[in-house]
Design a protein around this ligand. Structure first.
Ligand SMILES: Cc1cc2nc3c(=O)[nH]c(=O)nc-3n(C[C@H](O)[C@H](O)[C@H](O)COP(=O)(O)OP(=O)(O)OC[C@H]3O[C@@H](n4cnc5c(N)ncnc54)[C@H](O)[C@@H]3O)c2cc1C
Length: 650
């Protein structure tokens, strides 16, 4: 695995400590949110001179907030704070800084000083985080703020995860963007201006890079560095991590933020490698591809396929869409955001977050509390039409409360959507092929911008793979059981090895050499989707058995990270070096996840990535928690409030 890299904490000399008095605040039991206005004013002021706060400590004893600032000198920092009306107690240059918070300080979010922190086995880092998508960035920011030494290893060349990798034409977010981004900083809300309600991939990637730079996180990142293996050292109670660049490092906690949709899944048609044109997966779209004047085939009509198809159709000579399972697409209704919109969002921020928090999917949409069967047919139709006219997932997550539990209500919604498709697609035969038959919401619902009208174009053809399956990829195109389709480019919009794919590709070995991939061979087993029996100190963000996959990811990822941080703080307060779920707790949660899926309409459609159906050889076991984000959060809180019931500490 190459040479080991020595882990020595870096000592910075261009850093400044700023001390602010917190007079007037009751410091005992002070919540970080009490000082949020002070810290965000400070961040804003420092940003004007290009300086960033990289760590804050609360000195309860002295009644002071102390911030470690990078990128400015004492004079510049004092001046910019003065201009913002902030008068620090003192500002001094730090020539040497221990990587741990000085003993005098309690970290802002830890409720006890670090003398109760782990004693066993000296790890070079407190935490290694794998992946620099939303989850990894969020975890890094929180652990950094807590004063822990954390490092992120990311296989890609930049941060962003999904938003770094998925660079296909038309890639857009499906969450109203102000509800998708991070909520930990008011300053971030103020200084970032979204231009559209559902922005494109480049905008979101830019936002995530900004977050990393704004909060001084970049120096904790190792980009282009895939983690290949992680082994739990039982004697030392720490993880030994090995990367593809030969780096070896130890850490007390291993945080897997490897993404639920981060491993592209290609089909296994014969002849794929013989194709003489260009072919690629949507999540690995090569730079500089020219589609103008070409004959393009797109295989797959999930969310990515829909976005690509509706975007490239006007530019290509001919587009052939190869569809396995038609799905219900609902209008996205994207629009530019105005200054007035942005002002309103900032004003309503707290309410917006609270709405997302209490909703089924972490979105701004909340279910109508009524049953779809408690209203007349005319009222139901009017409700469906009203929701269909709205932006985003209103039709899904703003629908009748029993949409996902009652087949009858769900079928009414399906019937409504099928009629919409028939009305938009001119050719009756094409329209028929586009009609889904599964219950609505049992596959991720794509949001579309003119997708159905694309099939009214003269240069677009739809091939139904259920009627005429692909038999061979030939050097010149695709041969189905009926026709030969000559193509210059093949786009595989065939989805991801979802849920477990990214984790099972890392050689993760827990207590006694137990392999995670082997443990999950027949399907994942977890406690709350956050911990795994036999794998001490391994925390998973947005992984299998979690509500996050069906959720507005930003909201659910923050909830996951909050819980993990709370658990680590609890461990440290107990002076514990390892945490692991009990076999009973893991068994009960895994059973619960399966039962919830069986009781919902999901059970009727196992042919989706929710059940691993697009990945050959994978067991057809549900990987998502279908009861929703709110119920999931309540389970997590109940566990934490009961002293982390179900977890074993040592
Ligand atoms: C095209 C697309 C659009 C989406 N749109 C939405 C949306 O609108 N709303 C929504 O809520 N969700 C959406 N999602 C779901 C998406 O998964 C989440 O929104 C979110 O981006 C997940 O963030 P993450 O950090 O958990 O995972 P990811 O963004 O997938 O990041 C995981 C990172 O881990 C890295 N990694 C994996 N394995 C290793 C390893 N061994 N070593 C080092 N690095 C590794 C990967 O390279 C990747 O960068 C979308 C997904 C896709 C694919």
């Amino acid at each position: 695995m190459g040479a080991a890299v020595t882990e020595s904490p870096t000592v910075a000399s261009d850093r400044v400590l700023v001390e602010l008095s917190l007079e007037g605040l009751a410091l005992d039991g002070l919540d970080p949110s009490d000082i949020a206005p002070t810290t965000s004013a400070l961040l804003d002021a420092l940003a004007t001179v290009g300086a960033v706060v990289i760590r804050t400590f609360l000195s309860r004893h002295h009644g002071r907030l102390i911030c470690l600032v990078e990128g400015g000198d004492t004079h510049g920092v004092t001046q910019c704070l003065g201009t913002a009306g902030i008068v620090p107690t003192s500002v001094w240059r730090c020539t040497e800084l221990d990587p741990e918070p000085p003993g005098l300080f309690a970290s802002q979010s830890a409720s006890r000083p670090p003398q109760s922190a782990p004693r066993q086995g000296a790890a070079a880092l407190d935490a290694v985080i794998i992946g620099a998508g939303l989850s990894g960035i969020c975890a890094l920011e929180r652990l950094n703020r807590m004063g822990l030494r954390a490092r992120v290893y990311e296989g890609g060349s930049e941060v962003g995860g999904v938003w770094h990798w998925n660079r296909y034409p038309g890639a857009r977010v499906d969450s109203e963007i102000h509800t998708y981004g991070f909520s930990f900083s008011d300053a971030l809300l103020r200084d970032w201006e979204w231009q559209e309600l559902f922005p494109t991939q480049p905008d979101i990637a830019r936002y995530l890079r900004h977050v990393v730079d704004r909060f001084g996180l970049r120096r904790h990142l190792r980009l282009g560095t895939p983690v290949l293996a992680a082994t739990f050292d039982e004697a030392e109670a720490l993880w030994r991590i090995e990367t593809g660049t030969g780096e070896r490092v130890t850490a007390r906690y291993l945080i897997a933020a490897t993404g639920t949709l981060s491993v592209p899944q290609l089909p296994d048609y014969p002849g794929m490698s013989d194709f003489s044109g260009e072919s690629f997966h949507t999540a690995r779209w090569p730079a500089g591809v020219e589609l103008g004047g070409k004959r393009v085939g797109v295989i797959g009509t999930g969310a990515s396929g829909v976005q690509v198809i509706q975007t490239i159709a006007p530019d290509v000579a001919h587009l052939t869409v190869f569809q396995r399972t038609p799905t219900y697409c609902i209008p996205q209704r994207n629009r530019p955001l105005t200054d007035a919109d942005r002002r309103e969002i900032r004003r309503d921020w707290t309410r917006i977050l609270a709405t997302c928090r209490e909703s089924y999917g972490g979105f701004i949409h909340t279910f109508d509390p009524r049953s779809g069967l408690a209203v007349s047919a005319a009222e139901r139709e009017a409700k469906f039409e009203e929701l269909w006219q709205k932006a985003g997932f209103a039709f899904w997550f703003g629908n009748f409360a029993d949409l996902m539990m009652s087949f009858e209500v769900n079928e009414h919604a399906c019937d409504f959507l099928r009629r919409k498709i028939l009305a938009r697609v001119h050719d009756p035969e094409t329209a028929r092929r586009l009609l889904p038959s599964h219950p609505f919401g049992t596959k991720r619902v794509p949001l579309e911008n003119g997708y159905y009208e694309t099939y009214n174009r003269g240069n677009v053809a739809l091939v139904d793979l259920r009627e005429t399956p692909i038999e061979w990829i030939t050097p010149g195109g695709i041969r189905t059981s009926r026709d030969e389709h000559p193509l210059d480019v093949i786009v595989y919009a065939t989805g991801f090895d979802a849920g477990t794919g990214s984790l099972s590709r890392i050689d993760i070995r827990g207590a006694g050499g137990l392999s995670l991939a082997e443990k999950w061979q027949a399907g994942p087993k977890t406690f709350l989707g956050l911990l795994v029996g036999g794998f001490p100190n391994l925390f998973i963000v947005n992984g299998p058995h979690n509500a996050a996959a069906l959720c507005n990811a930003g909201r659910c990822i923050e909830q996951n990270v909050d819980w993990i941080v709370r658990c680590i703080e609890w461990m440290r307060r107990q002076g514990a070096t390892r945490v692991v779920p009990t076999p009973v707790a893991e068994e009960e949660w895994t059973r619960h996840v399966l039962d919830v899926a069986d009781a919902s309409v999901l059970a009727a459609m196992r042919d989706s990535w929710f059940f691993g159906a697009n990945t050959p050889g994978k067991p057809r076991v549900v990987t998502i928690y279908a009861a929703g984000a709110r119920e999931y959060r309540q389970h997590c809180e109940a566990v934490a409030n009961a002293g982390f019931a179900g977890l074993e500490l040592s």
